[in-house]
Write a protein that binds this ligand. Structure first.
Ligand code: SF4
Length: 456
C-alpha cells in the first residue's frame, strides 16, 4: 500500500531567532514524514515565517505572503509580523492561519490541519492521545511549564524556567483527542494555572470542535476552562493561585461546565509568613472570597496544601493559621513540615523552627483538618452522587465523586460494585462516612430520574 506524502513549502525571513524557529518547525515536520517542497507548485501548504522588526522587513514579509498566495494559495503565516493580523489580512485575507513568533506547536498543528500527516509505520503505533501513564478514564493535561514567582521554599523556577504557556489550540486538541479515546476526566495542571496565557499576552485563537461549532478562545484560564467545559467530561482545575480573576471560574462551576473543585496551594494564612515566603496572590481577603464562592456554588470543594514550621513562624502565626483553617473549612488538606530544600533561599532565613515544634504544630494542624474533613464527609450521607469508577475487584468497586481528585483525595467504596468496569460513571447513595472515604450503594438507572443526572 502506498501513502502519498504531504509536502510543505517554507519561506523563512528575518533574524537568526526567526531562523531557529523555522528550523524547529521544519525539523518537527520532517520527523513526522512531511517532505519539504522545492517550489510553490509542489507544496500542499506554504508556511511563511515573517519578520516585523522594521518597516522594510514588514514590506518584505507582506510581499512574500502575497507571492505565496498568488503562486500556491494555501498559506500559513507565522513569526514576528504574525502579531499584526490586520495588516496581513489587508493584503491576503484568505491566509489559512496566523500566529506570532516562537509558536512552533501552533504552526505544526496548523500544518496538520492543512495537509494530512503522512502515515508512519512506527509513530502510528502510538495512539492519537499519546502514550499515557494514567488509566484511560482520566488524564492530566499540562497547560504551561515554569513559574514567574520566587517562593522562598521552592527551587522549581531555577530548573523549569519562566512561565511558558502552551497555545490554546494545542491544549484543546490534546484534550479532544483524550476524550475521543475514552477519557472522562481532565485534570488541568501546571505550576501556576491562574497565570495561564500571561506570556502569550492572552492572545485569542479560533478553535473548531470536532463535534462541530467554532469559538474564539483567549489564552486565559477562564476562557480555556470554558472551552474545555464544552467537551462534556469532568474538568478539574489544579494549582490555582487565588488571583482576582479566579472569581470568574466560579460561574462556570455554577453552570456545571467544570467541576466545582479548586486546588489552591495556600501554604499558609498568616500575612507575615506569606510575605516572608514571598507567595503570589498573597492578599488578605481570601477568606471572604471563599465565603462568596460558596454562596455562588455551595457544593464547591477546596483542596490545599500548607507548610508549618517555616522559618520565623511564631506560635501566634501558627494559631492564626489554625483559626483561618477552622473558618475556611477546606475539604482536603495536605500539610508538610518545612524542610530546607537544597538551593532554596528560605534556608538562609533566621529563626529556623526546631524539629520538635514543627512536629507538634503538624499534629495540631492535622487534627483540625481531619475534624473538618470528617464533618464534611458526614454531610454527604444520604446524598446520591455521580461516581467515576477507578478500580474493580471481586470485593466491589472503588470510585470517586467530583469532590475527590485521583490519587490525592478520598474514595467511594462500593461493596456491591464488583460487576462494574473501570471508567464507568454510576450513581451511588452515600450510606456511610469514614475518616477520608465514603461508602456508597449503587443506585440503578431506574431509580435515578433524568433530572438527577449529572447533578453533583
Ligand atoms: S511554589 Fe512558588 S515559586 Fe514554586 S512553582 Fe509554585 S508559585 Fe512558583
Amino acid at each position: 500500500m502506498t501513502h502519498q506524502t504531504s509536502k510543505v513549502g517554507f519561506v523563512s525571513l528575518g533574524c537568526p531567532k526567526a531562523l531557529v524557529d523555522s528550523e524547529r518547525i521544519l525539523t518537527k515536520l520532517r520527523s513526522e514524514g512531511y517532505e519539504i517542497a522545492a517550489d510553490y507548485n509542489g507544496a500542499d501548504v506554504v508556511v511563511v515565517n515573517t519578520c516585523g522588526f522594521i518597516d522594510s522587513a514588514k514590506e518584505e514579509s507582506l510581499s512574500a505572503i502575497k507571492e505565496a498566495m498568488t503562486e500556491n494559495g494555501r498559506v500559513i503565516v507565522t513569526g514576528c509580523l504574525g502579531v499584526e493580523e490586520d495588516a496581513i489580512r489587508e493584503v491576503a485575507p484568505d491566509v489559512l492561519a496566523i500566529s506570532g513568533p516562537h509558536q512552533y506547536e501552533t504552526v505544526v498543528n496548523q500544518v496538520h490541519e492543512a495537509a494530512p500527516r503522512p502515515h508512519d509505520p512506527y509513530m502510528d503505533l502510538v495512539p492519537p492521545q499519546g502514550v499515557r501513564l494514567t488509566p484511560r478514564h482520566f488524564s492530566y493535561v499540562k497547560i504551561s511549564e515554569g513559574c514567574n514567582h520566587s517562593c522562598k521554599f521552592c527551587i522549581i523556577p531555577s530548573f523549569r524556567g519562566k512561565h511558558k504557556s502552551r497555545p490554546v489550540r494545542a491544549v484543546l486538541r490534546e484534550a479532544e483527542k483524550l476524550v475521543e479515546a475514552g477519557c472522562q476526566e481532565l485534570l488541568i495542571i501546571s505550576q501556576d494555572t491562574s497565570a495561564y496565557g500571561i506570556d502569550l499576552k492572552h492572545a485569542e485563537e479560533t478553535w473548531t470542535y470536532k463535534e462541530g461549532g467554532t469559538r474564539t478562545v483567549r489564552a486565559h484560564m477562564t476562557a480555556l476552562a470554558a472551552a474545555l467545559g464544552e467537551l462534556g467530561v469532568w474538568v478539574r482545575l489544579h494549582y490555582v493561585y487565588p488571583y482576582p480573576h479566579v472569581d470568574e471560574v466560579i460561574p462556570l462551576m455554577a453552570e456545571g461546565k467544570i467541576l466545582p473543585y479548586l486546588d489552591i496551594p495556600f501554604q499558609h494564612a498568616s500575612p507575615k509568613v506569606l510575605k516572608s515566603m514571598r507567595r503570589p496572590a498573597n492578599e488578605q481577603k481570601v477568606l471572604s472570597r471563599i465565603h462568596k464562592w460558596r454562596e455562588q456554588v455551595p457544593e464547591l470543594v477546596i483542596r490545599s496544601t500548607f507548610i508549618v514550621g517555616f522559618p520565623g513562624e511564631t506560635e501566634e502565626d501558627f494559631q492564626y493559621l489554625l483559626d483561618w483553617l477552622k473558618e475556611a473549612r477546606l475539604d482536603h488538606v495536605g500539610c508538610f513540615k518545612y524542610e530546607p530544600v537544597e538551593g532554596a533561599t528560605a534556608n538562609e532565613l533566621p529563626d529556623q523552627v526546631p524539629e520538635d515544634i514543627k512536629e507538634e504544630r503538624w499534629n495540631r494542624f492535622m487534627a483540625v483538618a481531619q475534624e473538618i474533613s470528617r464533618e464534611k464527609l458526614q454531610d454527604r450521607i444520604g446524598l446520591e452522587m455521580a461516581v467515576i469508577i477507578d478500580e474493580v475487584t471481586e470485593d466491589g468497586a472503588i470510585g470517586r465523586t467530583y469532590a475527590d481528585a485521583p490519587e490525592i483525595d478520598g474514595n467511594v467504596i462500593i461493596p456491591d460494585g464488583s460487576f462494574l468496569s473501570v471508567g464507568d460513571m454510576v450513581f451511588c447513595l452515600i450510606t456511610e462516612a469514614q475518616e477520608y472515604d465514603l461508602i456508597g450503594q449503587l443506585v440503578m438507572d431506574s431509580e435515578t430520574s433524568e433530572e438527577d443526572e449529572w447533578d453533583w
